[in-house]
Design a protein around this ligand. Structure first.
Ligand SMILES: Cc1ncc(C[n+]2csc(CCOP(=O)(O)OP(=O)(O)O)c2C)c(N)n1
Ligand code: SF4
Ligand SMILES: [Mg+2]
Length: 287
C-alpha cells in the first residue's frame, strides 16, 4: 500500500466526501438498487470534467432516481414531478456558463414529463439529461410506465404489460439530440465515459442508464436481487455503437443493444439562437 493510500485509510476520508450532503444521509435506496453506483459515477464524471463545481447544477424530478440531486453537494434542485427539464432550461438560458445536468427516472421524464423532453431536444436546449430506466415507477410501488416492455409484470399489469414501450435513444435522436448513448448500470466504466462526453457537449445530450430495481420491478419478474438484474444485463447486452436507433427497442426476447448512437458537432443550441435573436433585436433598436 502506498503512503497516500495509508493516509487516506487513516484519515477515514472517502474520496467523495464533500460531494454529498451528509445531512441527507442515510439515503432511501434499497439494497441492490443501482442508484448508489450511478450517483457515484455521476460525481466522478463531474469531477473529472474539470468544470468548476460552482458552475454545475444538478436537477431531478420526483421518484427514487429523483432523489439523487438532493444528495449531491452542488447547486442541486429537487423539482416537481415531470418538471426537471423546464427548470433546467431556465437555469441554462439565464446562466449560459453553467453546466446543467438533469437526472431522473423513466416515469418522471417520459410519462408526466414526456412533452418537456421532446420539446427540449427539438430546441437543442444546452442541457444533459440522464434517465435511469428501471422499467417501472419504483418509488410508488411498481406501476407499469412508458418504458415497461411488453410482457413485464407490474402492479398495474398483473397479466403482463400490453403496451409498446418508448425506445428512448430513438426518441431522443429523432427529436434532435446531439449526443445519445445507452448503457447498463453493470458497465459503470462506460456509463462514466458517457456522462463525461455528454457533459462536455454543447446542446441537448441524453444518456439512458438501464438500472436495477429489485424491490418493485425485479420481484415481479423473477429478478428479485440486484445481482440477478446485473447478471441479466450481462447475458443480454450487446455493444454496437453503429446500431440504427430504430432497431434498438427493448423487448423480452431480443438482446439489449448498448452504445453511443449519436454524436453531432456544431449544431446551434437554444441559447445560441436566443443570443443571436437578442443581437438582432438590439441592432434594430440601434443599441
Ligand atoms: C403530480 C404527481 N403525480 C404523481 C406523483 C406520484 N409519483 C411519485 S414518483 C412517481 C413515479 C416515479 O417513477 P420514475 O420516474 O420511473 O422513478 P423511479 O422511482 O422508478 O426511479 C409517481 C407517479 C407525484 N409525486 N406527483
Ligand atoms: S424501489 Fe427500486 S428504484 Fe427505488 S430505491 Fe428501491 S430498488 Fe431502487
Ligand atoms: Mg423508474
Amino acid at each position: 500500500m502506498t503512503e497516500d493510500q495509508n493516509e487516506l485509510l487513516e484519515s477515514e476520508a472517502h474520496p467523495l466526501d464533500g460531494f454529498l450532503r451528509e445531512g441527507r444521509i442515510p439515503h432511501i435506496f434499497c439494497p441492490g438498487c443501482s442508484l448508489g453506483s450511478i450517483t457515484n459515477v455521476l460525481i466522478e464524471a463531474i469531477n473529472e470534467s474539470g468544470i468548476d463545481p460552482k458552475k454545475v447544477a444538478v436537477v431531478s424530478g420526483i421518484g427514487c432516481t429523483g432523489r439523487i440531486a438532493g444528495y449531491l453537494n452542488y447547486d442541486s434542485f429537487h423539482t416537481t414531478h415531470g418538471r426537471p427539464i423546464p427548470f433546467a432550461i431556465g437555469l441554462s438560458v439565464t446562466d449560459p456558463e453553467r453546466k446543467v445536468i438533469v437526472i431522473s427516472g423513466d416515469g418522471d421524464l417520459f410519462a408526466i414529463g414526456g412533452n418537456h423532453f421532446i420539446q427540449a431536444a427539438r430546441r437543442n436546449a444546452d442541457i444533459t439529461v440522464v434517465c435511469v430506466n428501471n422499467f417501472n415507477y419504483g418509488m410508488t410501488g411498481g406501476q407499469a410506465g412508458p418504458t415497461t416492455y411488453v410482457g413485464q409484470f407490474q402492479t398495474t399489469s398483473p397479466y403482463g404489460s400490453l403496451e409498446e414501450p418508448f425506445n428512448l435513444p430513438n426518441l431522443a435522436a429523432t427529436c434532435g439530440a446531439v449526443y445519445v448513448a445507452r448503457y447498463t448500470a453493470l458497465d459503470v466504466r462506460r456509463v462514466k465515459e458517457a456522462f463525461s462526453e455528454a457533459i462536455a457537449k454543447s446542446g441537448f445530450s441524453f444518456v439512458e442508464v438501464l438500472g436495477s430495481c429489485p424491490t418493485t420491478y425485479g420481484r415481479r419478474n423473477q429478478l428479485a436481487e440486484g445481482k440477478k438484474i446485473l447478471e441479466f444485463f450481462a447475458e443480454k447486452t450487446v455493444l454496437n455503437h453503429d446500431a440504427d436507433t430504430r432497431d434498438i427497442r427493448i423487448d423480452k426476447d431480443s438482446p439489449i443493444i448498448v452504445g453511443k448512437f449519436v454524436d453531432i458537432e456544431d449544431k446551434p443550441t437554444l441559447t445560441d439562437n436566443l443570443l443571436a435573436l437578442q443581437r438582432v433585436s438590439q441592432a434594430k433598436k440601434g443599441r
